[in-house]
Design a protein around this ligand. Structure first.
Ligand SMILES: [Zn+2]
Length: 316
């Protein structure tokens, strides 16, 4: 059996998973990232120890794939910017790990890897041209053209969450105004709902312990008018952004992942309806909007998919 190691690095935890070529998650665990030490050597040693634990007892691991929340020079295996783990910026992490473990190591942005995961194991297996968006704290994106990620000149392409949707609009986490994710992410949904509760609107959301995207969808499904207003507004903005992506790339599919995608048909029926309003008919009809297949382990599975695709292209 061919086995690959997928690593999903976040600001607080590093998740590792051994994945078979067929997409079976054989072993997984996580360790703290130790980003707070801001010490490159400490963090790199920590990663190496975790990899040693993951590889222990598995002789047939063929390659390692790593996903990070940042911009990556994939060709050279160097992370160019990563606000949550700055100590690893501008360091040849892939080369270091290749020397230490004697196997191919590839690094890329985590949203690009999420798209690879859907392509190799998930909802995009039958597509060559598709766009993946992940709806969570922000909106991430990965663009597939002819069976591979489109990276642009520096491999930073696919930052769909920062497409400008509203001139002089809401301030985004990136510091600019009017970005898509300031209107269509879970964070945007929660802020909007909290605002309506604070205005004294009559809604069941005012009595829940914590407002999150799932609660908003659940209350909307039960018929709460304010929760439904928030859902409709967010789906409206999501539809505009998806329409923009369809016009740009003419994809076979838009695959929607991230926690919010768990809301099911209630979400997807609205996404399709709003997208259709803003999309040229012929283009809408040739594009399907579908949920991602990988949710809980999307990070490690996506990184394992990067390892598989890297090995396939190795030496070519
Ligand atoms: Zn932004």
């Amino acid at each position: 059996m061919e086995v690959f190691l997928g690593i999903d690095m976040g600001g607080t935890a590093i998740k590792l998973g051994l994945v078979s070529r067929e997409g079976k998650l054989l072993k997984s665990f996580q360790v703290p990232t130790r980003a707070e030490t801001q010490d490159r050597q400490v963090i790199v040693d920590n990663i190496k120890n975790a990899i040693r634990s993951a590889l222990g007892g598995w002789e047939k691991v063929l390659a390692i794939g790593i996903g990070v929340p940042g911009g990556v020079d994939k060709k050279h295996g160097i992370i160019r910017f990563m606000p949550n783990i700055q100590a690893l910026e501008n360091y040849s992490l892939a080369e270091d790990l290749e020397k230490s473990f004697g196997m191919p190591v590839a690094i890329d942005n985590d949203a690009n890897n999420a798209a690879r995961g859907e392509y190799v194991f998930g909802a995009a297996k039958k597509y060559q041209d598709f766009v993946l968006i992940t709806l969570g704290t922000g909106i991430g994106g990965g663009i597939f053209i002819r069976g591979d990620i489109y990276g642009g000149v520096a491999n930073f392409a696919g930052e769909v969450g920062h497409m400008k949707l509203v001139p002089e609009g809401r301030t985004c986490g990136c510091g600019l105004n009017g970005c898509w994710e300031a209107y269509g992410s879970a964070t945007a949904m929660i802020k909007r709902a909290q605002g309506l509760v604070a205005m004294g609107k009559k809604t069941s959301l005012s009595s829940v312990p914590e407002i999150n995207a799932k609660v908003i969808f659940d209350e909307a499904k039960k018929g709460d008018e304010i929760a439904l207003e928030v859902v409709e507004e967010v789906c409206h903005y999501l539809g505009i952004g998806i329409a923009n992506l369809i016009h740009l790339f003419n994809p076979e599919a838009v695959v929607v992942g991230g926690g919010v995608s768990q809301a099911g048909d209630f979400l997807f029926e609205r996404l399709r309806r709003y997208t259709s309003l803003y999309t040229k008919t012929e283009m809408f009809e040739t594009c399907t909007i579908v949920p991602a297949a990988l949710v809980n382990d999307a990070g490690v599975m996506g990184s394992a998919a990067l390892a598989i695709m890297t090995l396939e292209h190795w030496g070519k």
